[in-house]
Design a protein around this ligand. Sequence first.
Ligand SMILES: [Zn+2]
Ligand SMILES: [Zn+2]
Length: 329
Amino acid sequence: MIERTPEGLYCPAARAWLDPWRPVPRALITHAHSDHARPGCGHYWAEASGEGVLRQRLGRDIRLTPVAYGEPFRLHQAWVSFHPAGHVLGSAQIRLEADGEVWVLSGDYKRDPDPSCQPFEVVSCDVLISEATFALPIYRWRSGRELAEEIVSWWQGDRSRASILFCYAFGKAQRLLAELRALGLEEEVLLHGAPEAICRSYREAEVPMLPTRPVSALPRAESLAGRLVLAPPSAHRSPWMKRFRSPQTAFASGWMAVRGARRRRGYERGFVLSDHADWNGLLRTVKESGAQRVFLTHGQSDVLARYLREQEGIRAEPLATLFEGDAEA
Ligand SMILES: [Zn+2]
Ligand SMILES: [Zn+2]
């Protein structure tokens, strides 16, 4: 039902592409991260709560049909529906049904609770195309709540200087603001311009987050000691950093699970917080979907494919795509 073409994954029954990597006439989009949502397509379909972020990233004037989670619609010979993926606001798994067969493209997803988006929903299918960004047994996440508590004690452990927490501007920053608020905090957090813009779309979707203010809106002379600041990794060691006097720095990402990555990037602290499924989350999802056939996209797909074939007797194989795990900067 789904084949790989130079433009991306194509469903002939729906006459539409899924997260195409080149401009196509009709695109079904799992979420607004840049490796999944590319500009220039004729018409887009995406989950309704992600509409704001999608327009922000692809252009206000794109032709977009927003569809609510769980509402099937017909495209040519196929029934299409979007189901929560638990990855970022508006992230969806795409379910396609035609000729008595059901395929699901997971997009990026996670199984752990995240107060900034709808929780993942298990969707039964014959064939699952799953991401495999963190598909090694070494990847096992702790809860967002635990991580948020650790971040608070790091931040509040030294209020003599600013605490800059680097994180991806779309998804991670908003999740952190929601996790911190869920701990009962009320204090204002300062933002770099990149996460600030996306926070506006999250607020329009009524995601509860801590109050925020752009760093650029503060008077030059104001002391930033004791403040928590969220900024994208691209701001690390950039001229933007001059505003802060000897801040403490940290990076929040699933990649921080690899100790070498932490040292190489030169952050003082690393917090392992991912918006992708860990090893157990991937296995659990494949099993719960009931799929007899599985294709795996992103990074470590060959390891997981072999495990599923040998341990679970599932026909599993890697599928080459241009999707990357957390490609955001
Ligand atoms: Zn993503
Ligand atoms: Zn991805």
